[in-house]
Design a protein. Structure first.
Length: 307
């Protein structure tokens, strides 16, 4: 079993959870989705993230989805599983299940009650104790959690907890945080920094020292291309491609509508059979769908020009 390490890089796509129109898990679409992500060049997958509708799943459903994706991936790329939970017992139980099934590690976001650096560090110290030798990702997403993780707190976490191997950076604005963490002397080891926010700042994040992305987007091939061209030193090409996809990436970043938009595009692309979210979750109206159709058509034309 491959375990997540500080060397993680590339694009770890946040996987959606496909549902039927009636709200049941669509396992056939799940298989197609996995194949699509891998064909697009994903170097890893992250399952049961916020945009994977994890809070709408039972514990048994969560374990079943992870097992299905692990079976489909068949060891080709590492799988990280979102294990955030209100209590450590639930987190520990899900972690044990998915690691026994072959996951590479888990991702943990802080509870919204944390306010001070000491509280944040204490929380992740307890996470490490409960998870044992399981490597984990620290999810820094203040727009959703309400928890502001300053660089000194993150440094204390990564400098004292060897199983904390990766930061999922999605502070906004937060580019300076990447620069500070990469500054010599801040950390006593080099950790992996993978960025979120739908990839809308990915060129800048890569230039600041990120190792790639850990986020969702209905066109993950854009993120793969940006990371690859950055690695080749061709940021001009990376930015040209990024700019072509930006209108759709921007659409996906609308609070409350982003997942509906992402699923609709995945449906249009033939990846999933239905754009449905499990309730509560609204579908797009006709005008919104038409707007996205227009942007998808414009993207196709622009990509032909760039080719």
């Amino acid at each position: 079993m491959t375990r997540l390490t500080e060397t993680a890089r590339g694009v770890y796509v946040i996987a959606a959870t496909p549902f039927t129109d009636s709200g049941e898990i669509d396992f056939d679409s799940c298989d197609r989705m996995v194949d699509f992500y891998l064909d697009a060049g994903a170097t890893g997958l992250t399952v049961l993230g916020i945009m994977g509708e994890a809070p709408k799943l039972t514990t048994d459903e969560s374990s079943t989805i992870v097992a299905r994706i692990l079976k489909r991936v068949n060891g080709r790329v590492p799988i990280v599983v979102g294990a955030s939970a209100p209590g450590f017992a639930q987190m520990q139980d899900l972690t044990r299940r998915v690691m026994d099934a072959g996951a590479a590690g888990v991702m943990v976001a802080p509870p919204g009650s944390l306010r001070t650096d000491d509280q944040i560090v204490t929380y992740y110290t307890q996470v490490a104790e409960f998870l044992g030798d399981t490597p984990f990702v620290v999810q820094d997403f203040p727009l959703t959690t309400g928890v502001q993780m300053a660089v000194p707190a993150l440094a204390r976490i990564f400098n004292s907890l060897p199983t904390a191997v990766c930061l999922k950076h999605e502070d906004w604005p937060g580019l300076a945080k990447i620069t500070s963490l990469r500054k010599e002397g801040t950390l006593n080891r080099r950790i992996s920094i993978l960025c979120g926010n739908g990839g809308v700042f990915l060129p800048e994040e890569m230039e600041r020292g990120a190792d790639g992305a850990m986020t969702g987007f209905a066109y993950p091939e854009m993120m793969v291309s940006v990371v690859e061209h950055h690695g080749k030193g061709d940021m001009e090409r990376a930015r040209d491609l990024f700019d072509a996809y930006l209108p759709l990436a921007r659409m996906e970043q609308q609070p409350g509508a982003g997942l509906a938009i992402r699923k609709y595009i995945m449906f249009r692309r033939g990846i999933i059979a239905s754009p449905a979210q499990r309730k509560p979750g609204a579908n797009l109206d006709a005008l919104s769908r038409a707007e996205i159709d227009t942007l998808m058509a414009r993207l196709d034309r622009r990509l032909k020009e760039l080719a």
